[in-house]
Write a protein that binds this ligand. Structure first.
Ligand code: ADE
Length: 250
């Protein structure tokens, strides 16, 4: 999977992908992440990315020009994207995304914003088969509506709260997708236990020591009886889900 992230804070985003599982995924060639500075796609010498809202009101709105330019430039280099150079087009970008919207395209353009559809595991599973994502991090009071209307395929929110920008949301979404790519997690066990308790909160986990400050690990986990351990875990998963997230059981 290739993820292109467009942001005005590239230095906030980049380090996240240089550690731990995401770094390994990149090293193994399972995940490619490119972080682009939106200011590099501005046309004026001050590299201005925003402006005051028409009609008045507080704050600034991200302008359409640099965002369109960034997406077009990034897409141009990716085969199968709506902006890819069409050979029959004499090397010119097709520029027409409309006809391509109907077909399953390789590239999906996502705007991270609190107005988007709320991210959940089902949405993540759907997106994880996408070959190429362009993530646009929203900012300030918002993004010019023409970006939503004419450029973006989907708008995604990571929850019912407002962040100062879409950077954390882009990292959350990328992280969530990366671990679904086959071969990214150390062992497939993690995903297996997720499907075993699909739709439930996870059962409690313990590690050594078996007794810590007088608090003991449940005996069943030390029994070596895998069938009984499985049953116990399922029961615990149902119990905690009932208590904390009854909505998931419906
Ligand atoms: N930008 C600001 N708040 C956000 C949220 N909850 N999800 C995605 N992007 C955001």
């Amino acid at each position: 999977m290739l993820i292109d992230i467009i942001t005005i804070f590239p230095e906030v985003v980049r380090p996240y992908f240089s550690e731990s599982i995401l770094k390994r995924a990149r090293d193994k060639g399972k995940l490619q992440v490119r972080v682009h500075n939106l200011r590099d796609y501005t046309l004026d010498k001050h590299k201005k990315v925003d402006d005051r809202p028409f009609g008045g009101g507080p704050g600034m709105v991200l302008s359409p020009e640099p965002i369109f330019r960034a997406v077009e430039k990034i897409g141009l280099r990716v085969k199968g994207s709506p902006f890819a150079i069409q050979q029959q087009n004499n090397g010119k970008a097709s520029g027409d995304r409309k006809g391509l919207r109907q077909k399953k395209r390789k590239t999906k353009i996502i705007l991270l914003s609190p107005k988007g559809k709320k991210l959940d595991q089902k949405m993540a599973l759907g997106l994880s088969s996408q070959e190429h994502l362009i993530l646009i991090c929203g900012h300030y009071e918002g993004v010019d509506e023409r970006v939503r209307k004419y450029l973006v395929d989907e708008e995604v929110s990571i929850g019912d709260y407002v962040l100062t920008g879409g950077e954390l949301a882009a990292m959350v979404l990328s992280d969530c997708l990366a671990r679904l790519i086959p071969g990214v997690l150390g062992h497939d066990e993690s995903n297996k236990s997720e499907s075993f308790c699909a739709g439930l909160l996870e059962y409690p986990q313990y590690t050594r020591p078996a007794s810590f400050r007088g608090k003991n690990v449940p005996k069943i986990l030390l029994s070596g009886n895998h069938q009984e351990i499985l049953t116990w875990r399922k029961e615990e998963a149902v119990k905690i889900t009932k208590k904390r997230r009854p909505d998931l059981l419906k």
